[in-house]
Design a protein around this ligand. Structure first.
Ligand SMILES: [Zn+2]
Length: 261
């Protein structure tokens, strides 16, 4: 009976996500699968954590949209999430929740929370950080670079990253009645995921240049022609960097968790 109730909530959420253009059709289907796997292991509480991440990051990506138009030029995709972005942001967490369902091992629940906290920290940092008045500083060159450049940091973005990880940690405290040590643990590793994301973005993410307008971009096409890769690995786009950084944070967090409990 409970499961049926959760399923209804899930369908309503996914429908609203689609209806209000936060998700594409493929993104909606992926979100439903991610939601079902999450509900199996971590029930309504897990779904709420996931929902907090998806709604807050969608909210921030739509917030002051007009100020972000120049930035979107630079980024590979717009604010509407397709299946790849949903899987990159929620897929591993859904698998962690499903493993928790299968094994009942608390470490998978911890991993789930770190994955969500990391993704949330990341998204808040980049979506809110682009609203910073000053351009961010690249951690690769220590020079100011245009807003929206991967691997660059600003005060506002860093504060937003702290807030994004903290929101999930606080929700964990309220929803799961978690011990304070665990709440702080999830917060720290969630924020670590954001730092890893910045590092990967700065040094390894594929970056291209448009030879017509000289824009540095994550897009493979610009001004009606192919852009030229100037650094990074071709397969390492923004989605994969997001996925890898939260995965690495969750793996390190799980190992530390297992060794101290
Ligand atoms: Zn161009």
């Amino acid at each position: 009976m409970d499961s049926f109730f959760y399923l209804i909530i899930l369908i309503i959420c996914v429908y609203l996500g689609f209806r209000f253009r936060f998700l594409t059709l493929s993104g909606s289907i992926a979100a439903a699968i991610v939601g079902i796997l999450t509900v199996l292991g971590l029930h309504l509480e897990g779904l709420i954590l996931l929902g907090l991440f998806f709604t807050s990051s969608s909210y921030w990506s739509k917030y002051k949209k007009s100020q972000k138009e120049q930035v979107e030029e630079r980024l590979e995709k717009g604010s509407r999430r397709d299946w790849l972005q949903v899987v990159a942001n929620g897929g591993v967490a859904a698998v962690a929740s499903f493993l928790y369902y299968l094994t009942d091992e608390p470490v998978f629940m911890v991993a789930f929370c770190i994955l969500i906290a990391s993704s949330n920290s990341d998204t808040w940092a980049s979506e809110i950080g682009t609203l910073s008045k000053k351009p961010p500083i690249s951690i690769r060159t220590f020079k100011r670079v245009p807003k929206g450049t991967s691997g660059a940091i600003s005060m506002l973005g860093t504060a937003a990253g702290v807030g994004g990880a903290a929101l999930i940690a606080v929700a964990l405290f309220i929803l799961f009645d978690a011990a304070m040590e665990l709440v702080i643990f999830v917060f720290l590793f969630g924020f670590l995921g954001n730092l890893i994301d910045t590092g990967l973005g700065a040094f390894y993410q594929a970056t291209y240049r448009c030879n017509r307008c000289l824009l540095e971009t994550e897009k493979m096409h610009h001004c009606g022609q192919n852009t030229e890769k100037i650094r990074g690995f071709s397969f390492l786009n923004n989605d994969i960097v997001n996925l890898l950084s939260s995965l690495i944070a969750a793996l390190i967090g799980s190992v530390v968790y297992l060794s101290i409990t």
